[in-house]
Write a protein of this length. Structure first.
Length: 407
């Protein structure tokens, strides 16, 4: 039913060695303008301000997720036997396309547009784009079936678990890829061992008990990567300045004083739901040009914030407590800075593993000797301590480094 390519297409990859494509619909989707747009979206938002080599993109990550899913459905015997060809194609496409809806600077952008990348991803897949046309031409109804995997509403409960569960291709690729490009070795784990120990039981993807140590290592890799990379305060400083800049543009738009900006920035300043045509034009190339334009804006706040973003003049930061907030706000007032744009609070807490999360992702199941299926925190002392221990927090405040001498 699904046409294969004349020969297997291969792309070299620093994490997986090669990405293999042997279905025509996969290759066609990779070569669409929407998927190629992901070359212009960094994977890690502001982390390149900390880790200078972290310039890898959503494009490379999406290919990596596809490759892990492809291996799952072809190399894990239980999955290979449980899924028919259409289901395998559907879940491979979901892995490939799951991040189509990301905007510039990764998850930071979701705060600016007040929407999730998953919502835009499903719109791109279903609402008449080139992607939609290709999927529907290949198999009527395929676009919705792919989107349903991403929405966790697939008719086959196995499929979402492969793309966005607690032990999924998405997390496994970004941990290995982000560790590689940031040089943080503690983000690594034994992918091969996990794949070898995957099984299927009662519509659940489970891990043999002999693979529990590899899964523990994977969970600890997540733990370390969140605190050392994703929640790094310098990264959050950069992202707080991005938020302040777009907040100022939105305030100026409401006041009727909007500066000259690229078309995509105007849509963001209007704080409305973007059309897919507008969304397509928003990437980090567009933003870089926009920041350069705004460095010459008449409004002094826009001009200053755009300069800080483009030239890496980052906000300083310190622990969020009542005394620090009071001191910083007094110093800002004394120095003439508007705290609406020059003071930010960011509160983060993290558990590396939550058995039953609000996003619909499945927990990690372990098949112990004797065949009983247990959620991993019931089978692992290490994971149990992480689940039942305190939530670690790193709450910070951010402000211009120039006022540190006034504190």
């Amino acid at each position: 039913m699904f046409r294969k390519t004349n020969e297997t297409k291969v792309m070299r990859d620093p994490v997986h060695g090669y990405i293999h494509v042997d279905y025509g619909i996969i290759w066609k989707c990779i070569n669409t303008a929407w998927f190629q747009r992901l070359r212009r979206i960094r994977q890690l938002g502001g982390a390149h301000m900390v880790y200078h080599a972290a310039d890898h993109t959503r494009f490379t990550h999406s290919l990596g997720v596809y490759e892990i899913v492809r291996r799952m459905v072809n190399e894990v015997p239980d999955l290979r036997d449980a899924l028919d060809e259409k289901e395998k194609i559907t879940v491979m496409l979901a892995g490939l396309l799951h991040d189509l809806g990301h905007g510039p600077y990764s998850h930071t952008f979701e705060k600016i547009i007040r929407g999730s990348h998953e919502e835009y991803t499903c719109r791109i897949i279903e609402e008449g784009t080139e992607i939609t046309e290709l999927l529907e031409a290949e198999c009527p109804g395929l676009a919705k079936e792919v989107a349903d995997v991403i929405r966790h509403t697939s008719k086959n409960p196995l499929l979402p678990q492969l793309v966005s569960g607690q032990l999924d291709a998405d997390r496994m690729d970004y941990l290995l890829r982000d560790a590689y490009f940031t040089g943080t070795k503690y983000g690594e784990f034994d992918l091969e061992r996990i794949l070898r120990t995957l099984r299927v039981s009662d519509s659940k993807v489970v891990v043999k008990e002999s693979g529990i140590y590899a899964v523990e290592n994977y969970i600890m890799a997540r733990y370390h990567m969140y605190w050392q990379v994703y929640y790094h305060p310098v990264c959050r400083s950069y992202e707080s300045m991005l938020n302040s800049l777009f907040l100022r543009l939105q305030d100026l738009y409401r006041a009727g004083n909007m500066p000259v900006v690229p078309a995509g920035f105007r849509a963001l300043a209007e704080a409305r739901v973007l059309t897919l045509e507008e969304y397509f034009l928003l990437d980090e190339y567009t933003c870089g040009y926009g920041f350069a334009v705004l460095k010459d804006a008449e409004d002094p706040v826009v001009r200053d914030l755009a300069s800080r973003v483009q030239d890496r003049r980052l906000f300083a930061y310190e622990e969020n407590n009542a005394d620090a907030v009071r001191r910083v706000q007094e110093a800002l007032e004394g120095a003439g800075y508007d705290p609406r744009y020059y003071f930010a609070m960011d509160e983060v807490g993290q558990r590396p593993y939550v058995p039953y999360s609000n996003d619909g992702s499945a927990p990690i199941w372990i098949r112990v000797h004797g065949g009983e299926i247990k959620e991993i925190s019931e089978a692992s002392t290490i994971v149990s301590s992480l689940v039942n221990g305190p939530v670690l927090r790193d709450d910070r405040i951010f402000y211009p480094a120039e006022i540190k001498s006034l504190l």
